[in-house]
Every structure is written in structure tokens, then in C-alpha cells.
Design a protein around this ligand. Structure first.
Ligand code: HEC
Length: 128
């Protein structure tokens, strides 16, 4: 494992914790299922907004500004998402089954590929 991979590994729990404590502090409803997996493992690097999210910034250069935020992207096939999450991709480390189980990964893939307005609807229903 290279030094850079080790540093990224070390940063992930911190980023995830930062994300979840912000959500709790804002009084957001408790997250469950794929929404929670996304918030805990992905959002810290991949949420919309290139200022705060390193993966979104990087993808805005290597892909395009339209493809920078991965949530809601229809061009990311389930097979590709599965492979990137398990194996990692360039600067991104992969996640083990002890971190994200196969069932959690399948739910996460469906969540990521939902058009963003549908995700907002699901979140709104969750608050009822
Ligand atoms: C520590 C930061 C970090 C975390 C956490 C992270 N990623 Fe990434 N991800 C990146 C970076 C950086 C890239 C761009 C890779 C590059 O160009 O070096 C990337 C790339 C990707 C890509 C490729 C997008 C494309 O256009 O091909 C996908 C898909 C992806 N990540 C999904 C996820 C998912 C799903 C999670 C949560 C399970 C996650 N990532 C967690 C940093 C992260």
C-alpha cells in the first residue's frame, strides 16, 4: 500500500465523522439505509460543491463540471459503481465488505443512480 493510500485511509473516518456530526447538529432526521451509507462513506468527498468536496473537485477536471457530483448520474452503471467501491479508483480507496456489505452496496448503487429530485422526495417522505 503506498503512502498516499494510507493517508486517504486515515482521513476517511474523520471525513465521515465530520459529515455525520454536522447532520446531527443541524437537527436532520436520523438517516437510514442507503442514505446513511452515502452520508457516512461517500458524501464527505463526493457531495455537490467543488469547494468543500475533493472528489467532486477532481471529477470536475477529469470528467466535466456536469459529471462532477456522482449522485444522480445515470451514466454510472451498477457494474462500474460496484467495481469502483470495492477496488477503488486512482486516488480513491476501495471499501471492504466489513465496511459496506454486499446488500448495503446494492442499496447504495440504487440510491446514487436515482435522479436527484426523486432523492429529495424520498428524504421529504422520511420526515413525515
Ligand atoms: C476520501 C475521499 C473519497 C471517498 C470517501 C469516496 N471517494 Fe469516490 N472518488 C474519490 C476521488 C478523489 C475520485 C476521483 C478519482 C481520481 O480521479 O483520482 C473518486 C471517484 C469515484 C467514482 C468514479 C466517477 C467517474 O466519473 O468515473 C465513483 C463512481 C466513486 N468515486 C464512488 C464513490 C462511492 C460510492 C463512495 C462511497 C462508498 C466513494 N466514492 C467514496 C474520492 C473519494
Amino acid at each position: 500500500m503506498s503512502g498516499r493510500r494510507l493517508i486517504l485511509r486515515a482521513l476517511i473516518p474523520g471525513i465521515a465523522l465530520l459529515g455525520s456530526s454536522t447532520l446531527v447538529a443541524a437537527g436532520a432526521p436520523k438517516l437510514e439505509g442507503a442514505e446513511r451509507t452515502w452520508a457516512f462513506y461517500c458524501e464527505g468527498c463526493h457531495a455537490a460543491g467543488i469547494e468543500e468536496h475533493p472528489a467532486t473537485l477532481r471529477l470536475s477536471y477529469t470528467r466535466s463540471p456536469e459529471l462532477a457530483a456522482i449522485k444522480g448520474r445515470q451514466d454510472l452503471s451498477p457494474e462500474y459503481l460496484r467495481q469502483v467501491v470495492r477496488m477503488g479508483y486512482l486516488e480513491m480507496v476501495g471499501f471492504r465488505k466489513t465496511e459496506i456489505s454486499d446488500a448495503e452496496l446494492e442499496a447504495l448503487i440504487k440510491f446514487i443512480r436515482l435522479p436527484v429530485p426523486a432523492q429529495i422526495k424520498i428524504q421529504a417522505q422520511g420526515e413525515q
